[in-house]
Design a protein around this ligand. Structure first.
Ligand SMILES: Nc1nc2c(ncn2[C@@H]2O[C@H](COP(=O)(O)OP(=O)(O)OP(=O)(O)O)[C@@H](O)[C@H]2O)c(=O)[nH]1
Ligand SMILES: [Zn+2]
Length: 363
């Protein structure tokens, strides 16, 4: 029935449900799970879940489990059994490292082992893709169809959805218009919209770069604090303006403005990371304590946009070798790396040094 939502659309609904604190149901061959994001959990819903009998478990990534000294029997994740007296604060304390140092967890945390963790893994990925902390409260459901129908919950077929969460969503061009800029009057802005309901990405084209030669290109990840607010904690603002200026000078180039704030974890989580950095952790450690990998960005999106615009080779403005590798793996030839060294300040010196040391950035 073409009027009914397809799987991609159901996943988009599930993401917004989780962001609002509404439970969703994941189904698989071994049964079904009721899932709530820890970050948006409310006391009344926790009480209702406990009343269903259980026990519920809090699923966290192995990165977060490491900090909490919990056992990740499932490799990349741990299923922490919810103690009977656990309240909302307890769940939030497991999910969010904000108070790790001030109020160390009253452990020990007991992890569940055995049985399949496939749906738990999917639930964690769904929370991450909704830009929420990677921590979910789940409860196995016995009669999932009736349970979800009665409560009108979004139901996701886990087996069919799992591969979709690994793919970058297809993007469609929405509109392009002339946009004269300070660096060049021959500017043009193109908008691309993903089919999965995610954020739009932008391409700023300067001049008329020929499609049959490597184009001067920058893949810029959104940084509200650096790009717009003039934050001194990173080098994003000067990099953005420096890249555009170089394109203006050369008379041609393309800058992709990818809405992957905070290396793909979203602005709220980036601010959580900043708050941990104020407690003494570096940018990579902060991401890990939150349960994320160092870099959660998907640069396939950038390669896809370049191809949609007719480019197949770039002179890439970057200091990040991972960006070069990802372009090449995704069909965009990197004819040259053009270094982009601007904006070092007393506040971001340590941040830039960590990126060089731990993330392989070129100095
Ligand atoms: N999670 C997290 N993200 C950060 C932090 N500081 C900056 N960012 C984000 O990091 C991204 C920086 O992106 P880029 O400058 O495109 O990437 P890069 O990996 O540094 O590579 P190049 O600049 O191309 O050398 C932006 O999305 C920022 O919001 C931080 O401390 N933690
Ligand atoms: Zn920044």
């Amino acid at each position: 029935m073409s009027l009914a939502p397809d799987l991609t659309e159901i996943l988009a609904r599930a993401r917004s449900d989780l962001r609002m604190g509404v439970p969703v149901v994941l189904t698989g061959p071994e049964g079904a799970l009721l899932v709530l994001a820890a970050e948006t959990l409310e006391a009344r819903r926790l009480a209702d879940i406990k009343a269903l009998g259980g026990p519920p478990v809090v699923v966290i990534s192995a990165r977060r489990a490491e900090t909490l000294k919990a056992r990740p029997y499932d490799g990349d994740l741990a299923r922490i059994i919810l103690p009977t007296d656990a309240d909302l604060q307890w769940v939030l304390g497991v999910a969010d490292p904000a108070d790790d140092l001030r109020t160390p967890m009253k452990g020990p945390l007991v992890s569940e082992r055995g049985g399949s963790a496939d749906l738990h893994r999917l639930a964690l990925k769904l929370a991450k893709s909704a830009r929420l902390l990677p921590a979910v409260l789940v409860l196995p459901l016995k009669n999932a169809p009736a349970f979800s129908q009665e409560r009108r919950l979004t139901v996701v077929d886990g087996v069919a959805a799992a591969p979709l969460l690994e793919l970058a969503s297809p993007l469609n061009p929405v509109v392009s218009a002339r946009l004269p800029l300070e660096v060049s009057e021959a500017g043009k802005l193109h908008i691309f919209r993903p089919e999965d309901g995610g954020e739009e990405h932008y391409a700023i084209e300067i001049g008329q770069p020929p499609r049959d030669a490597p184009v001067l290109a920058r893949l810029h990840s959104a940084c509200f604090t650096g790009d717009l607010m003039g934050s001194l904690k990173c080098d994003c603002g000067p990099q953005l303006r420096g890249a555009l200026a170089q394109m203006g000078e050369e008379g041609a180039g393309v800058l992709l403005y990818l809405n992957q704030e905070g290396r793909g974890i979203g602005l709220a989580n980036k601010m959580r990371a900043y708050s941990l950095q104020d407690q003494g952790f570096d940018t990579v450690e902060a991401n890990h304590r939150l349960g994320f990998e160092d870099d959660e960005r998907d640069f396939r999106i950038g390669a896809d946009i370049l191809k949609r615009m007719g480019f197949s080779a770039v002179r890439l403005l970057t200091n990040n070798p991972a960006k070069i590798a990802m372009m090449q793996q995704n069909g965009i030839e990197v004819a040259e790396r053009v270094p982009l060294k601007v904006g070092e300040t007393a506040h971001n010196r340590a941040y830039l040094a960590t990126k060089a040391k731990k993330s392989g950035h070129l100095l």
